[in-house]
Design a protein around this ligand. Structure first.
Ligand SMILES: *[C@@H]1O[C@H](CO)[C@@H](O)[C@H](O)[C@H]1NC(C)=O
Ligand SMILES: *[C@@H]1O[C@H](CO)[C@@H](O)[C@H](O)[C@H]1NC(C)=O
Ligand SMILES: *[C@@H]1O[C@H](CO)[C@@H](O)[C@H](O)[C@H]1NC(C)=O
Ligand SMILES: *[C@@H]1O[C@H](CO)[C@@H](O)[C@H](O)[C@H]1NC(C)=O
Ligand SMILES: *[C@@H]1O[C@H](CO)[C@@H](O)[C@H](O)[C@H]1NC(C)=O
Ligand SMILES: *[C@@H]1O[C@H](CO)[C@@H](O)[C@H](O)[C@H]1NC(C)=O
Length: 376
């Protein structure tokens, strides 16, 4: 700030002097242009930070200090936006104006305590990652952090209800796996057309009916394993035509290192889910009603809806999904009907689990040809 104030004063002086000079000496129009150009250059030169000059907005630096003290993080000298000054933030590049914090990476630092409310005033922040700590307490109301695109609070012990994210019009990724979030999934969350990824597995108190999904047209990945959801999967899930991963099954809590890793979509998936182990902490979704038909989903890649109480038949459309690799609907005792006798286009299958349902009829020929497939 001090740099900027000084520069505007100098600028005024320069302006006075040059105006006088121009008026005194010669015909003014071409000189006026020249002077204006010089002034423009002068302004640009004065804006360039020099040496130790503070370029971050002072109120942002104050907030960083609060975070630093709350979590006992290393301090810094000079401008925290200088590369390397603070290893847990990344600032916007200077051409966007005075430096401002763009991303906060506080993952895996063994942090304890609550998330300081002061953070909420870092309004330009786009990415926050607090995953893999021991954070407790509620997730504060994030609705003023309107630049947020990605938030990651995975693997903490955060509690309370789902945070208010209603102002976050650019949000693409929300991950809150393995916390203690309770209550229902708020309808406002499913109003975010921008949302691509929502991962909330292993919040064993997250309950109730899922809201309507007709706005979620960009959603590609939805994971809600081991929660306490009930009710039906809204038929409006059909609007999520880009969906390629859907989990609602029962999975036990297993460590971070054995979690499936997904990198940029279906073609580069690295791991397969472990078998659920007995674990008293595991949540238990009990979804009822029919399986979604997935008739508009073209890139369906993984469907896990096992260990629920869904009924009806396995939709024919599933057998037309030529990108589908994992299909688990086992342990839905009321799921009935037959597998189609022919016409399956499931050429990329890896897992096809339909055990402990109430299916009838013969095993179709194409199942015999799934040589590489784990069939249950
Ligand atoms: C930060 O946000 C304010 C408005 O909230 C805006 O004027 C300013 O340009 C932003 N700064 C950066 C670096 O994005
Ligand atoms: C959001 O910002 C407004 C105005 O700056 C303020 O009055 C309000 O308390 C803030 N809300 C939250 C949840 O931080
Ligand atoms: C969420 O935030 C928005 C915008 O700040 C506000 O209008 C709304 O009342 C908040 N909702 C809740 C449940 O606090
Ligand atoms: C779902 O669970 C909630 C409590 O979490 C309960 O009030 C509601 O009746 C249940 N609905 C169904 C359809 O089972
Ligand atoms: C599925 O179960 C619901 C109750 O949960 C029932 O209303 C519906 O008729 C059942 N559908 C079929 C095809 O059995
Ligand atoms: C299993 O299917 C048969 C008909 O094929 C039906 O009579 C029976 O009620 C079903 N069982 C369950 C648990 O839905």
């Amino acid at each position: 700030m001090s740099v900027f104030r000084a520069s505007s004063e100098q600028l005024m002086n320069a302006n006075d002097m040059s105006t006088k000079k121009t008026n005194k000496s010669c015909g003014w129009s071409s000189h006026h242009v020249l002077v204006t150009l010089l002034l423009v250059c002068l302004i640009d030169l004065l804006k360039i930070p020099k040496g130790e000059a503070e370029v971050i907005a002072p109120e942002e630096e104050d907030i960083l200090k609060i975070l630093q003290e709350s979590f006992n993080l290393p301090g810094w000298v000079g401008d925290p936006c200088q590369p390397g000054a603070v290893d847990w933030i990344i600032c916007y590049d200077p051409p966007r104006g005075p430096n401002s914090v763009e991303r906060i990476y506080l993952n895996g630092r063994n942090l304890r305590g609550g998330i300081p409310d002061a953070m909420l005033n870092l309004r330009n922040v786009s990415v926050i990652d607090f995953s893999g700590n021991n954070l407790t307490g509620p997730i504060p109301d994030l609705s003023n952090m309107t630049s947020l695109t990605k938030v990651n609070f995975d693997f903490n012990t955060l509690s309370g209800s789902f945070p208010n994210m209603s102002g976050l019009h650019d949000i693409t990724e929300i991950t809150l796996k393995k916390n203690n979030i309770r209550g229902t999934v708020p309808a406002s969350l499913f109003q975010h057309r921008s949302l691509k990824t929502l991962l909330m597995s292993e919040n064993v108190l997250l309950s109730g009916q899922l809201p309507k999904m007709d706005q979620l047209t960009n959603l590609t990945r939805l994971e809600l394993e081991s929660c306490a959801l009930n009710g039906t999967i809204p038929a409006s899930i059909g609007s999520a035509t880009k969906l390629n991963i859907l989990y609602f099954g029962l999975e036990s809590a297993f460590g971070a290192s054995t979690r499936p890793q997904f990198v940029n979509g279906p073609s580069v998936v690295v791991s397969v889910l472990s078998t659920p182990a007995a674990d008293s902490d595991a949540g238990n979704n009990t979804l009822t009603g029919p399986l979604p038909t997935f008739e508009n989903a073209r890139q369906l890649y993984k469907v896990q809806l096992h260990s629920n109480d869904m009924n009806g038949t396995i939709p024919r459309g599933i057998f037309q999904q030529n990108n589908l690799q994992y299909f688990r609907v086992d342990h839905n005792p009321s799921l009935s009907g037959q597998l189609p006798a022919q016409g399956s286009r499931l050429t990329k299958l890896i897992d096809f689990y339909v055990s402990d349902c109430n299916l009838t009829g013969p095993v179709p020929d194409y199942v015999e040809k799934w040589a590489q497939v784990n069939v249950m």
